[in-house]
Design a protein around this ligand. Structure first.
Ligand SMILES: O=C(O)C[C@@H](Cc1ccccc1)[C@H](O)SCc1ccccc1
Ligand SMILES: [Zn+2]
Length: 165
C-alpha cells in the first residue's frame, strides 16, 4: 500500500511529468496505485496523491471492483456540457462539496502496453477523469471552492490533525 498525501500538503500542488517509457516500473506503480485505491476505498487515484509526480491515473467505477482503467499521459478533448456533482477526495478526508465538471469528455492516453488510445466518457466516469487529471496538474477539488470554504476546510482538517496526533 502507498501512503496518500493529505491536503494541504504542498506536494499535492506539484505538476506531474509525462511518462517517457512505459516499463515494468510504471506497470508496478499502476498495480500499487490500484491496490491502494481499492483499499481506501476509492474509485480513482492519481500518482500525485501517492507522491509520485508522473502522469498516471487509475480508475474503477464498477460495482464489482473488477474493471480497472489505467490512463498514462491522459489528456482531454471535446469537453461538452456541464454537470454539478458532490465530490470527495482521498487526500481531503471527510470533506464533500459540489463541483462543476463537463458532462462528456474524450480522453486520449497511453495504455500499459504503450498503445495510444481514445475513450469517450460521460457521467461519473467523466467526473472522475477530470478530478484525477486535476491532481496531475496540482489541483485538488477544494481549489475550485470559494476562499471562505477553503479557509473553513483548512481549519477543520488542522483541528482533526491535532486530535488524531
Ligand atoms: O481522491 C481521489 O482522487 C479519489 C476520488 C475520485 C472521485 C472524486 C469525486 C468524484 C468521483 C471520483 C474519490 O474520493 S474516490 C471516493 C468516492 C467513492 C465513490 C463516489 C465518489 C467518491
Ligand atoms: Zn482526489
Amino acid at each position: 500500500l502507498l501512503p496518500i498525501l493529505r491536503f494541504p500538503d504542498p506536494r499535492l500542488k506539484k505538476l506531474a511529468r509525462p511518462v517517457v517509457e512505459i516499463d515494468d516500473g510504471i506497470r508496478k506503480l499502476a498495480a500499487d496505485m490500484a491496490e491502494t485505491m481499492y483499499e481506501a476505498p476509492g474509485i480513482g487515484l492519481a500518482a500525485t496523491q501517492v507522491d509520485v509526480h508522473l502522469r498516471v491515473v487509475v480508475i474503477d467505477i464498477s460495482e464489482e471492483k473488477n474493471q480497472l482503467l489505467v490512463f498514462v499521459n491522459p489528456s482531454l478533448s471535446r469537453c461538452e456540457g456541464e454537470q454539478i456533482g458532490e465530490e470527495g477526495c482521498l487526500s481531503v478526508p471527510g470533506i464533500y462539496d459540489k463541483v462543476e465538471r463537463a458532462e462528456r469528455v474524450t480522453i486520449h492516453y497511453l495504455d500499459l502496453d504503450g498503445k495510444q488510445r481514445t475513450m469517450d466518457a460521460d457521467g461519473l466516469l467523466a467526473v472522475c477523469i477530470q478530478h484525477e487529471i486535476d491532481h496531475l496538474n496540482g489541483i485538488v477539488f477544494v481549489d475550485h471552492l470559494s476562499q471562505l470554504k477553503q479557509g473553513r476546510i483548512k481549519s477543520k482538517l488542522a483541528k482533526q490533525a491535532r486530535v488524531t496526533a
